[in-house]
Design a protein around this ligand. Structure first.
Ligand SMILES: [Fe+2]
Length: 171
């Protein structure tokens, strides 16, 4: 279950409906995908994609996503910190960023144009859709572990375009 905080307002949200409502107000979609098939978080990528095939197909239809894959980040990956450094500064993409967390934890910060910065700590069962153009940044927690389903409109679009604002240094 995700934990959403608004650091500038000292606000913390832990209720799924409240989280959904707050994120919707800043243009971010949030869903819970219940694990109907009880697939192990350590199952093969193919088994994970098959277990969530129905949800993935629904999302694909909603957002013109054509490709789904499973990304597996572990603390022992070589150059992990260098890889994370690509996503730690504020950036946007020409492509939606859609992530469903299977295992571990990922932390998104969203910087809406007309609202306070929101931190979203995502854990297993959480799905987020960050629309193209949204200013955001991403990091892992201290476990340095995340396994996630990603959906793409076009994998070529998913490169960070940095805003150079330095905003992330305040959070
Ligand atoms: Fe991103």
């Amino acid at each position: 279950m995700a934990v959403v905080t608004v650091p500038d307002k000292n606000l913390t949200l832990t209720d799924a409906e409240e989280i959904k409502k707050h994120l919707a107000s800043i243009g971010i979609d949030y869903e819970r995908w219940e694990n109907a098939k009880n697939v192990s978080p350590d199952a093969s990528a193919d088994d994970i994609l098959e277990a969530y095939a129905e949800e993935i197909e629904k999302m694909k239809a909603k957002g013109s996503y054509v490709v789904a894959d499973v990304i597996d980040i572990k603390p022992d990956i070589p150059n992990l910190e260098t890889m994370l450094d690509r996503f730690r500064p504020e950036h946007r993409h020409d492509e939606d960023e859609v992530r469903f967390i299977v295992k571990g934890c990922g932390i998104f910060h969203i910087a809406p144009k007309d609202a306070d910065v929101v931190s979203i700590k995502m854990t297993a069962g959480d799905l987020i859709r960050v629309p193209r153009g949204t200013h955001h940044w991403f990091d892992l927690d201290e476990t340095r572990t995340v396994r996630a389903i990603r959906l793409f409109q076009d994998t070529a679009g998913w490169i960070p375009i940095y805003t150079e604002s330095g905003l992330e240094k305040n959070y």
